[in-house]
Design a protein around this ligand. Structure first.
Ligand code: GDP
Ligand code: GDP
Length: 436
């Protein structure tokens, strides 16, 4: 299930970031803590009257030191490309400016629904300022105050009215949905091309739908795969294309629709913080994960290099001890053929369902050999474990007191499961529950 997207556009200082925070409320959003950037959240989840949607603050996409008019232009283009509904933020106290007119001009041609948020109308005496904005000739203007929170009911009603119907994935359950993610220039599109190179490929252009992605379907050795959301990798030359925040947003959208995420690392450059952030998103969403070190052709190496590199990755991605590591070169095609078989394996592990009695045997044996240490005179007792769902495999562990279930013991149980069962590439979740 894909949620529709709403993007906020508008010139600087009209209150986009304030509006964004109002709509998102206290919900978690991606935290981009780049120093020197005032606004750290640009992408979040919102809902209104049971309609869920993504919200993007295009003002947070760094487009460099461009002149103002260029900035609002690229933000408007981004919104058109990404969003189902565009929230055009203006400053009601200042009225329509040339930059507003430019945004309106771009949006008018786009065929996407637009709602105009006429901001900074902090009291009722100012409400009449809203009428001027009908002159922009796009969308309904709604008086709001980001600071006070007024008008947001009407604004959200208007936005939700234009959201498209929920859009189910057209692929059957057996199809493995694969996202190739990573920061700019690590070789994602080269890798996608190398993977699909020899296969029969169906490219379905989903532009205009909620998905707004180009999916590539592949069939290999009796298995269907679909490569998700490679559109952003193909459309080149946009100003925002190579910014980190944009790539995080792209990754997030692709991850949401995927079963397995391939995190691509540039073997030549090594791991940087941004790689971890992107991999972290896939981990938090509970997707199957593989680490692919690309550009291996460009790395000077001897017989030990792969082993050393793997150790380095384990060090850098401590939360991803379960992810298989593959080395390859999209440029020469070396070892690219190992990807899909591994993806299939990871997808199977991600969907693993373990029989309850074997599960309990394994865990109870481990617990008997290695009981939890006592904590202030009290000792954790595990009663039994049961798998409650798959993708990722999720277990409820019944115990005397969940407060005594410390991270180290959770890790011990997880490692026990991993040693006993085929779970490479998939995160696991253990839920502590008090036994009544
Ligand atoms: P952005 O650059 O469009 O994201 O704008 P910001 O959200 O950073 O807001 C710019 C300035 O306008 C800040 O000083 C905000 O406190 C202020 N501001 C935002 N919304 C309102 C509002 O509804 N009323 C008033 N009076 N000020 C606001
Ligand atoms: P993306 O931004 O992650 O999609 O990266 P691209 O696929 O556009 O690749 C970025 C750059 O890396 C391009 O110049 C590619 O030619 C180069 N590149 C990609 N894969 C490889 C590889 O396996 N080896 C080498 N040496 N260069 C590569």
């Amino acid at each position: 299930m894909t949620k529709p997207t709403v993007a906020i556009v508008g010139r600087p200082n009209v209150g986009k970031s304030t509006i964004f925070n109002r709509i998102i409320g206290q919900r978690m959003a991606i935290v981009e803590d780049t120093p020197g950037v005032t606004r750290d959240r640009i992408y979040g989840n919102a809902d209104w009257v049971n309609q869920e949607f993504h919200l993007i603050d295009t003002g947070g996409i760094d487009t460099g030191d461009e002149p103002l008019i260029e900035q609002v232009r690229s933000q408007a283009e981004l919104a058109i490309e990404e969003a189902d509904v565009i929230l055009f933020a203006t400053n009601g106290r200042e009225g329509i400016t040339p930059a507003d007119e430019e945004v309106a001009r771009i949006l008018r041609g786009a065929g996407k629904p637009v709602v105009i948020g006429v901001n900074k109308l902090d009291n009722w005496q100012m409400q009449d300022f809203v009428y001027e904005f009908y002159n922009l000739g796009i969308g309904e203007p709604v008086a709001i105050s980001g600071s006070h929170g007024s008008g947001f009911g009407d604004l959200l009603d208007e936005i939700v009215k234009h959201l498209p119907e929920k859009d189910d994935d057209p692929y059957d359950e057996e199809t493995i949905r694969l996202a190739v993610i990573g920061r700019p220039n690590v070789g994602k599109s080269s890798l996608v091309n190398a993977i699909v190179g020899e296969e029969r490929v169906i490219v379905s252009d989903m532009a205009g739908t909620t998905r707004d992605a180009i999916d590539t379907e592949i069939h290999q050795d009796g298995q269907d795969y679909v490569l998700i959301d490679t559109a952003g990798m193909r459309k080149r030359g946009k100003v925002y294309e190579n910014t980190e925040k944009y790539s995080v947003m792209r990754a997030m959208k692709a991850i949401e629709r995927s079963d397995v995420a391939i995190v691509v690392i540039d073997g030549e450059q090594g791991v940087i913080e941004h790689d971890k952030k992107i991999a972290g998103l896939a981990h938090d969403e509970g997707r199957g994960i593989m680490l692919v070190v690309n550009k291996w052709d460009a790395v000077e190496k001897d017989g030990r290099t792969m082993k050393q590199y793997t150790e380095l990755l384990r060090e850098e991605f401590q939360f991803l001890t379960y992810a298989p590591v593959l080395f390859m070169s999209a440029a020469t095609g070396a070892r690219v053929q190992h990807i899909l078989p591994k993806v299939k394996e990871v997808a199977e592990n991600h969907n693993m369902r373990l029989p309850t009695h074997i599960l309990n045997e394994v865990i109870m044996d481990a617990v008997a050999v290695n009981p939890a240490p006592s904590d202030k005179g009290r000792r954790l007792r595990i009663n039994y474990i049961t798998q409650v769902s798959t993708a990722p495999p999720t277990f409820t562990v019944f115990m005397n007191d969940p407060e005594l279930f410390h991270f180290s013991y959770e890790r011990f149980l997880e490692n026990t499961l991993r040693r006993s069962f085929q779970l490479e590439g998939t995160p696991l979740r253990l839920l502590a529950r008090k036994k009544n």
